[in-house]
Structures are given as C-alpha cells and as structure tokens.
Write a protein that binds this ligand. Structure first.
Ligand SMILES: [Zn+2]
Length: 164
C-alpha cells in the first residue's frame, strides 16, 4: 500500500487507522468536530502581530522578527511545515540576524489550534535550526499538546488532499 505522505514518520497502526477513516469518509467530519475553532488572522499584518505576541510570551529575548507573511506558493510538507530563513543584514556596521517567517496560506483557513502549532514550530526554529530534541522541547514548552496537534494537522492535510 502507498504510504500516506503526511504521516510517513508515524507507526503503521496509526497510518492504517487514518487510512480506514479516509476510506469510510469519516476523517474530515471527525477533525471538524474536534477542531471547530476558527481564527481571524487574515492579513499579513495580523499574522505578524499574532506571531509577535506568541514570541513575546515565550521567546522574548531571541532574535527580532523580520518579515512575517502568508505564502500561497509554500508547499507545507516540502518545506517541513513552513520555512524559516535567516537573513543577515548589515546593520550599523555589524551583521545582525533577522528572521523571516513564511506560513503556508493553507493555515489562513485552518482551525485556530493548527495556526498556533505552525507558528510555535517556526518560532522554535529561531533558537533551534534542526528538528532535534531541544527543538521539540521548545515546541511543547510553548504548546503542551504540540505533538498531538502536529499529528492532527497531518491528518487535516491528508484530508484536504483526499478532498473530504
Ligand atoms: Zn521545521
């Protein structure tokens, strides 16, 4: 059987369960019931404020935010759930790191907890470049149910593609 691309890293029984729900046409409804909270972060300006507020809460002392935008061309998985680009800028004769955060535009219409999850993911990259243990500790520090949310987000993306 073909692997589910968004769930490739997860145990086979979980993938089988997801596949079964898709086959029965129930995955979309299940997720919609669990995640019925929309958000109103529509524009890039609103997104910037949203990211800045979370950063102030958890990572006040890390590098300042650069540009923050929704990106319609971003493929979620290809870019590992968003991109984070370190841009070095000459600033007063010294190099100063500034960070650009791009969030795939699919999150504009996604349930609020998924937007929070992806923003937390990208903020964690301000401190940790790799998806290592320290990175995920940072994620769960900011959002305790991070792992469940990431899994459910992957189900959500699977669902969108299966058009359910
Ligand atoms: Zn990442």
């Amino acid at each position: 059987m073909e692997p589910l691309k968004y769930l490739a890293g997860y145990p086979a029984p979980l993938q089988a369960r997801a596949r079964e729900l898709i086959r029965q046409g129930r995955l979309g409804a299940m997720l919609a019931a669990k995640y019925d909270q929309a958000h109103d972060v529509r524009s890039d300006g609103q997104l910037y404020d949203y990211v800045q507020a979370l950063k102030d809460l958890h990572l006040r002392r890390s590098v300042p935010l650069g540009k923050v935008v929704y990106d319609g061309k971003l493929q979620v998985m290809k870019h590992a759930l968003g991109t984070h680009t370190a841009i070095a800028r000459a600033h007063g004769g010294r190099l100063r790191a500034s960070r650009e955060i791009r969030i795939a535009s699919v999150f504009r219409d996604a349930p609020a907890p998924f937007l929070e999850m992806i923003v937390v993911h990208e903020l964690a990259h301000l401190k940790e470049a790799e998806h290592n243990k320290a990175f995920y500790q940072l994620c769960t520090h900011m959002t305790p149910d991070y792992h469940q949310l990431e899994f459910d987000l992957r189900l959500y993306l699977t669902c969108l593609e299966a058009d359910q």
